[in-house]
Design a binder for this molecule. Structure first.
Ligand SMILES: C[S@@+](CC[C@H](N)C(=O)[O-])C[C@H]1O[C@@H](n2cnc3c(N)ncnc32)[C@H](O)[C@@H]1O
Length: 263
């Protein structure tokens, strides 16, 4: 299956549909940034791991600010480019967040969303990212996702995996906690917000997500484990006569952690 980390070329064709969160949650997240971050006429924003622009596009439209999006995946960036309109001031570049191609004091806001859990060393990333922020600049870390784990297909599939000894480690939770400890100990101001909503989705789509291993942590499951759990899932669907056209509600979450350097 390739590496668990890094480049998302593999995900580009299904990323937006599988990661979609409700519009109102996205709106609250963008408005929270607008309300809590001091933005001036020349403010420059960088999103590292911008992907398909799920966050960067609505954010730069709302703030009307120049934004650079960088990513290691050219295919994710291609999808982002397709969604931008001529009025958008978004520049996209292929580059690695651990080897930032910028000089010091370049950006007023640096943003990451669902990047930190993919990096081998979050602290190394912070050390490299901090110098390119202006003094009293902002670092914003977002998580905006739908938690599918309590839906029937995910419960059956992961239940079987758990029996076989597979444990899903929430690297994102760990990365967020480490980040908060690390930056607040170094004197950064910190505020955080959490918004909750729901996404309606068909059981069919959920089974498809599982079958196609659309989430990065699923890439750590061996082909053999995956196949056995998938067969178990299909058997359970048949045995319990589950109607896959049925829609269910899954919780959607947006966490917004805003850090500002003290002078
Ligand atoms: C889970 S996606 C998040 C995309 C977008 N931020 C969002 O929330 O929809 C992670 C993105 O980070 C990119 N990525 C992973 N490691 C990276 C690195 N070291 N430097 C830059 N981008 C990276 C991947 O290619 C992918 O597009």
């Amino acid at each position: 299956m390739g590496s668990y980390y890094g480049c998302f070329d593999w995900a580009s064709s299904f990323y937006d549909y599988s990661r979609a969160i409700p519009d109102d949650l996205m709106k609250k997240t963008v408005e929270t940034i607008q309300k809590n971050v001091k933005i001036h006429s020349n403010s420059k924003i960088l999103e590292i791991g911008v992907g398909t622009g799920r966050i960067a596009i609505p954010l730069s439209r709302k703030l009307k600010k120049n934004t650079i999006g960088m990513d290691t995946s050219e295919k994710m960036l291609q999808n982002c480019r397709k969604k931008t309109i001529s009025a958008d001031c978004i520049q996209l570049i292929v580059a690695d967040g651990l080897s930032l191609p910028f000089s010091q004091n370049q950006f007023d806001i640096i943003l990451t969303c669902h990047l930190l859990h993919l990096l081998p060393d979050v602290f190394q990333f912070i050390e490299k990212m901090t110098p390119i922020l202006v003094q009293r600049g902002y670092f914003i870390n977002l998580e905006a996702y739908v938690d599918y784990h309590q839906t029937i297909p995910f419960e059956i599939y992961y239940g079987k995996l758990a029996e076989a000894g597979f444990r899903h480690i929430h690297r994102g939770d760990l990365a967020r906690r480490n980040l908060i400890i690390y930056l607040t100990k170094r004197g950064w101001n910190h505020i955080n917000y959490k918004f909750e909503g729901e996404r309606e989705i068909s059981l069919n789509d959920l089974v498809r997500f599982i079958r196609n291993r659309v989430f990065s942590h699923q890439r750590a499951i061996s082909d053999d484990f995956h196949q056995k759990s998938l067969e178990h899932l299909y058997n359970e669907i048949e045995r319990n006569d589950i109607d896959l056209s049925k829609k269910v509600l899954a919780p959607a979450i947006s966490r917004c952690n805003i850090f500002q350097q003290r002078s």
